[in-house]
Design a protein around this ligand. Sequence first.
Ligand code: VGL
Ligand code: ZN
Length: 244
Amino acid sequence: MSSMNRRAALRTLSGAGLVVLAGGGEWAWSAPAKIKPDATSALVVVDVQNCFITGGTLAVKNGEDVVPVINRIAPAFQNVVLTQDWHTPGHASFASSYPGKKPFETTKLAYGTQVLWPDHCVQGTADAELDHDLKIPQAELIVRKGFHKDVDSYSAFEEADRKTPTGLEGYLKQRGIKKLFVAGLATDFCVAWTALDARRAGFETYVIEDACRGIDLNGSVAQAWKDMTKKGVKRIQSDDIDLA
Ligand code: VGL
Ligand code: ZN
C-alpha cells in the first residue's frame, strides 16, 4: 500500500476500529470488538405494544421499525425481560381524566409534573397487547407497569412516585444479572427512565439506539440521551452486539 493510500485508509477508518500492522509491515484492518452478551446479561424490551405502533392510541413515529431489529438481536440473549404499559381505565396519566385538558399538556400530581397522554394501553385491550411480530420465545418475564390508577410508571423499576418498586431490580439481582441491554419504545420516556433507574440500581447499562424510537416532545429525545450519557448509560447500535 502506498503511503498516500495508507493515510487515506487511516482517515477513513479512524474512530471506527483498530488499524494494526500485519506481518509484512502492511496496514491491516481489525474490526472493533463487539459486545458479547453472556449469562449475566439481559435484554430488556420496553413496551413494544400495539399502542405505540402505527395504528395504536399513542403511536410513536416509525415505532414498528424496532421490531425487526429486536428480533435480530434477541437470539443472542439467554435472558430477556419484556415490559408492558398496563393502565387502568381513567388512569391519572390520561388527559381524558381531567376536564379541559388535552393530550401532551401537563398537570401537577402528588408526585410532581405529569405529561398527559391520550388514553392508551388499557389493561386487557388489543391496544395493550405486545406487538404480534415480536419473536422472542425465550423471554422469561413480562413486567407490567402503570397499573396503579393514580400513579404513572415510565420506568420498569420504579413508579413515578419514586418510591413504589416494581420488583424488577430484585428479580434481576437474584438471578445474577449484571448487564442490561435496553431496547423498545419510547426512547425519551419508558426506555430512558428504565435505563436511568438501571444505572441507579448499579447495572452496567446499554441502550441500543437503532432498536428504539422516540416520541420527542420539545427535544425530549436529545435531552434523554444527554441525561443517560451523564449517568453512564452506554449508547450503542445493534451492530455493536456479537450475534455469533
Ligand atoms: C410511554 C408515554 C406514556 C412509553 C408510556 O412507553 O414510553 N410513554 N406511557
Ligand atoms: Zn403509559
